[in-house]
Design a protein around this ligand. Structure first.
Ligand code: GTQ
Length: 352
């Protein structure tokens, strides 16, 4: 690798003249922005144990009323990006949100796409675009770009869920903003039932929604049943995984981030090859060890971790008797659309 020279090799007054004119020489920085073989990544493998988050989130419930917070969230911030950036990875934002009984987080809409993965508690709901989505443990609820959404809680215990947004990307693109609304009228609609069976969808001419996002709630019971069926029918398949898709188009459920559920059989170890997107792992049921590079995290139920892109990752289920179920969020739809998605089975670049 030839040395392209350093900024200090140039006369200081020359560099100063350039800078005064908003000009910068490329060559001292060329290898920095186009590193050889593999991108530099600020995203650091990071583990956020739920048991450390929950008491602090409940404390936030005492300290800050919902009227003041609007959304009572502790952000799972990746130290590699700097905590104040509130990024889990280049494109992903993660937050743990608390809603107490009787509270209401008012209606708004924004440009970033969001999803909620329900972690704990019963009786809460999110109304998205007029559809009231009940929140049960493990459910995935979409609040895609531009759709009104508000959260309420009719139960008697705190409810906590994991928010996943493409906020860092929207912010970087300078397209991130929100609008406040008023309480939505709830329309009749149970999208999760209308699209409950893969392959059986409302007939286009009579019943299709005409909506870009026809299905907003993906019940955990259905995703889990699909995983258990795949595991039972296909002992040859190692990666027992489902993808949350738009049931009318078969495409990813949202435009930017991808969402999946994965089952590890009892005692199973599964190595996922290095891929370009960063991946977030969240344990829905059971436990899992996530090993990537020199890092190894022992995740228990409701724990979350993030692994940077281009990193082979080995998942194992420490239980010899119980399956483990993970929720995965990644940047694969974005990478595919941009044409930069890569799988590196042998960790070698495979640029076409
Ligand atoms: O619940 O609408 O974690 O707007 C960040 C921004 C949650 C939400 C977050 C939001 C929300």
């Amino acid at each position: 690798m030839n040395d392209l020279g350093r900024l200090e090799d140039l006369p200081a007054d020359y560099v100063a003249d350039l800078r005064a004119l908003n000009l910068v020489p490329l060559w001292p920085s060329l290898r920095g922005v186009l590193p050889p073989q593999i991108p530099s990544r600020q995203t650091k493998a990071t583990h956020w144990p739920y048991k450390t988050i929950k008491p602090l989130l409940l404390k936030a419930g005492e300290l800050t009323p919902i009227e003041k917070a609007e959304r009572r969230v502790l952000v799972l911030a990746n130290p590699g990006h700097g905590l104040d950036k509130m990024q889990a990875s280049a494109a992903m934002y993660l937050g743990m949100q608390l809603l107490l009984p009787g509270e209401w987080a008012p209606s708004h809409r924004h440009t970033p796409n969001a999803v909620r993965m329900v972690v704990e508690g019963e009786g809460a709901w999110t109304t998205v675009d007029g559809e009231k989505c009940h929140m049960e443990r493990g459910d995935l609820i979409l609040t895609p770009t531009g759709l009104w959404h508000e959260h309420g809680h009719d139960g008697d215990q705190p409810v906590i869920w994991l928010d996943v947004l493409d906020l860092p990307l929207a912010y970087y693109l300078e397209v991130s903003y929100h609008l406040n609304g008023t309480r939505q009228d709830v329309l009749p609609g149970r999208g999760e039932r209308a699209y409950a069976r893969g392959g059986v969808v409302p007939t286009p001419v009579f019943g299709r929604s005409g909506k870009r996002y026809p299905m907003l709630r993906y019940p955990w019971a259905d995703a889990k049943a699909a995983l258990l069926s795949i595991a039972a029918d296909r002992p040859d398949v190692d990666a027992v995984q489902v993808t949350y898709t738009n049931p009318e188009t078969g495409e990813d459920a949202e435009n930017i981030l991808g969402f999946h559920a994965l089952m590890l059989r009892p005692g199973q170890t599964l190595t996922l090859p290095a891929r370009s997107p960063a991946v977030v792992y969240h344990v829905i049921e059971g436990g899992a060890t996530v090993a990537a590079g020199s890092q190894r995290f022992d995740l228990v139920e409701a724990d979350t971790c993030c692994i940077p892109g281009y990193t082979a990752t080995t998942l194992s289920n420490p239980s010899a008797s119980q399956p483990a179920f993970l929720f995965l969020a990644d940047e694969s739809p974005l990478h595919r659309k941009l044409g930069v998605y890569e799988v590196r089975p042998d960790n070698q670049p495979n640029m076409p």
